[in-house]
Design a protein around this ligand. Structure first.
Ligand SMILES: O=C[C@H](O)[C@H](O)[C@H](O)COP(=O)(O)O
Length: 151
């Protein structure tokens, strides 16, 4: 697969290691930065990563930061992206089975690199279940481009 990857400074070290891990598995990686530990603003790197998944340049995407929270928030504002914030193998497995997550967000300050590798591997290997979960995904996509509001 062609996989987009992006991080801020707080996710940079794991981004580099996950990039190597993906290449060893035979995947093509498109790196949207950042390229050092120097402090940056995560939306500037995460949004282009998510847009590459949304427009089909990449099949999947991985974003990283300190917690992964802000990165997931940014990615999920891009139409067509379903980014699961993953903190263990089970959350990654369910992100695929139930949510058909085409992106994951990982918090470098939240876990060991071994757990991060296991999350990535699980997310790559687990198929979407479909069925009732497909209906729910379609309900997510019923939101207007402006978002939802009570009328
Ligand atoms: O949700 C955002 C991410 O966790 C960021 O990586 C984090 O906020 C960066 O924090 P700092 O600027 O204190 O390194």
């Amino acid at each position: 697969m062609k996989i987009a990857i992006g991080s801020d400074h707080a996710g940079f070290q794991y981004k580099e290691q996950i990039k190597d891990f993906l290449k060893q598995l035979g995947h093509e990686v498109r790196d949207f930065g950042t390229n050092s530990d120097a402090s940056v603003d995560y939306p500037l790197f995460i949004r282009p990563t998510a847009l590459a998944v949304a427009d089909g340049e990449c099949e999947r995407g991985i974003v990283l930061g300190g917690s992964g929270n802000g990165e997931a928030i940014v990615a999920n504002r891009v139409k067509g992206v379903r980014c699961a914030l993953c903190w263990n193998v089970e959350s990654a497995r369910l992100g695929r089975q139930h949510n058909n997550a085409n992106m994951i967000s990982i918090g470098q300050r939240m876990m060991t690199i071994e757990t991060a590798f296991q999350i990535v591997q699980t997310w790559l290997d687990t198929p979407f279940e479909g069925g009732r979960h497909q209906r729910r995904i379609e309900e997510i996509d019923q939101a207007t481009p402006e978002g939802c509001a009570r009328s």
